[in-house]
Design a protein around this ligand. Structure first.
Ligand code: SF4
Length: 72
């Protein structure tokens, strides 16, 4: 699973970091960022809780667009 933070939307409340500090951190600019590229299965639950707990819905899942998986 991959997540990303839209920093244009993030208000830097810190909730995601509080819920799942293994995945989210507040960066130098005061907005959250995901610092784990691929989130381990055992962290998916708390990462998803953080995503759903974001008050401004700034966290979204990144769908894998792996070229190898494309079928035309
Ligand atoms: S919970 Fe949402 S608004 Fe708050 S710091 Fe995390 S991404 Fe930003």
């Amino acid at each position: 699973m991959k997540l990303e933070v839209n920093q244009d939307v993030c208000i830097g409340c810190g909730a995601c970091q509080a819920i799942c500090p293994e995945v989210f951190e507040i960066g130098d600019e005061g907005y959250a960022q995901v610092y784990v590229e691929n989130i381990d299965e055992d962290l998916e639950e708390s990462a998803t809780d953080a995503k759903e707990g974001c008050p401004v819905n700034a966290i979204s899942e990144v769908k894998d667009t792996d070229e190898d998986n494309k079928e035309e």
